[in-house]
Design a protein around this ligand. Structure first.
Ligand SMILES: Nc1ncnc2c1ncn2[C@@H]1O[C@H](COP(=O)(O)OP(=O)(O)OP(=O)(O)O)[C@@H](O)[C@H]1O
Ligand SMILES: [Mg+2]
Length: 384
């Protein structure tokens, strides 16, 4: 078990490219290469408590894998520190950090059957006697059929089966820290959810400190006690799903979590209302305290907080373009166009709306968000 602390970690990579028209031959010896720096991590701070699972989400290229590799010691930070239980890991090689890693491509040894893949670690350390017991424990956690996989070689296993063997290989080592980098992204939807359940069961059972990288928000919610949202080499916000969903620090987080995403409409404050063209929404006093007359803002409304009312056709009414049924929670997703903005509402299925209808927006006034028009930051403190 361990508490992991990442302190102000920076990492950039050099990308060397040849200017067009220059031959590789002539440029040998340097000078002719065009050097470009890519900032992968731009001052990351993160604490993962002992026994906690933190999911890291963010768009492609934002630095998730780089952060994971730095925590593992597979990559050196340019500056900043990684501490395990308060101990600086700068000179501790990955193999001595007690970590179990599972990647997107499971990197099993293809010529050995699954049992030997699991036991390799112990054989290497001359601890063969432990193998049977450990593998039996892993099989117990990873599902009844796991033991049938043990005699098979990775190329004969499906993606999901290989992933379970890879996870099993981590478990048997009894790691102090689990690191997962998009472990399920090669699997189809059904296998993803069943493998996810197995991994989750494992995390619950052992309470091993875990960092779980994914760009699937539902996976992040399922696997993490807390979620860290990354963007352009920085962590934008960390918290429980509820914290982030109810109090996003900016429009990026607001738009990232939630499906369909939050409506974010640009406009300004005029005489106590939010105004965008003919659309005018009276702002409650509790929010007006945080804005000024004339200020450029963005109004955020989650689809589930947006009611719709039938209305005469007019400049401030929206026109329904499509309606999707969500039978599982008895709602409908309504897409409408209001002037130049596209808006999504999620309404109970008994609300009568059809394509081409004219509707007025009836947002739940307790759930309006205000963001600054320029910085895009949430203007309302979370305790307001
Ligand atoms: N070894 C490397 N050499 C050069 N650039 C790199 C290297 N590793 C990562 N990068 C760059 O650093 C940035 C962050 O990469 P990283 O792999 O951490 O992103 P990611 O969030 O894991 O993305 P994805 O979701 O696509 O896996 C990217 O711009 C990437 O191209
Ligand atoms: Mg990655």
């Amino acid at each position: 078990m361990a508490e992991i602390r990442v302190e102000d970690v920076h990492k950039r990579f050099v990308r060397q490219s040849l200017p067009i028209g220059q031959s590789a031959h002539r440029s040998r010896g340097g000078g002719a290469f065009h050097r470009e720096y890519i900032v992968a991590l731009d001052g990351v701070n993160l604490t993962i408590h002992d026994g906690e699972a933190v999911s890291i989400v963010g768009p492609s290229g934002c630095g998730k894998s780089t952060l994971l590799r730095i925590i593992a010691g597979l990559e050196e930070p340019d500056s900043g520190r990684v501490l395990y239980d308060g101990r600086d890991m700068a000179n501790v090689p990955p193999k001595d950090r007690g970590i179990g890693m599972v990647f997107q491509n499971y990197a099993l040894y293809p010529h050995w059957d699954a049992y030997d893949n699991l036991g390799f670690f112990f054989r290497l350390r001359k601890r063969e006697k432990e193998i049977d017991q450990r593998v039996r424990e892993a099989a117990e956690i990873l599902g009844v059929d796991f033991k049938y996989l043990l005699s098979r070689k990775p190329p004969t296993l499906s993606g999901g089966e290989q992933q379970r063997v890879a996870v099993g290989r981590c478990v048997v080592r009894n790691p102090t820290l689990f690191l997962f980098d998009e472990p399920l992204s090669n699997l189809d939807a059904k296998l993803r959810s069943s493998t996810r359940v197995q991994i989750k069961r494992l995390l619950n059972r052992f309470r091993v400190t875990t960092v779980y990288v994914t760009h699937d928000q539902s996976e992040a919610v399922a696997m993490g006690d807390r979620i860290a949202i990354m963007r352009s080499g920085r962590i934008v916000q960390v918290g429980t799903f509820r914290d982030l969903y109810d109090h996003p620090v900016d429009t990026f987080v607001a738009g990232f979590l939630g499906m369909p995403p939050m409506n974010i409409i640009p406009g300004r404050v005029e005489r106590g209302s939010f105004v965008h063209d003919a659309l005018r929404i009276r702002l409650p006093d509790r929010l007006l305290r945080f804005v000024q007359e004339g200020q450029a803002i963005r109004l955020g409304i989650r689809p589930e907080h947006l009611g719709l009312k039938a209305e005469e056709a007019g400049a401030s009414s929206g026109i329904v373009e499509t309606v999707e049924h969500l039978p599982s929670n008895r709602t409908r997703i309504v897409h409408l166009q209001l002037g130049d903005v596209a808006i999504t509402a999620q309404v109970p299925e008994d609300v009568p709306v059809g394509i081409g209808d004219h509707v007025a927006l009836a947002p739940d006034m307790d759930w309006l968000y205000l963001f600054d028009g320029e910085t895009e930051r949430n203007l309302v403190p979370s305790d307001a």
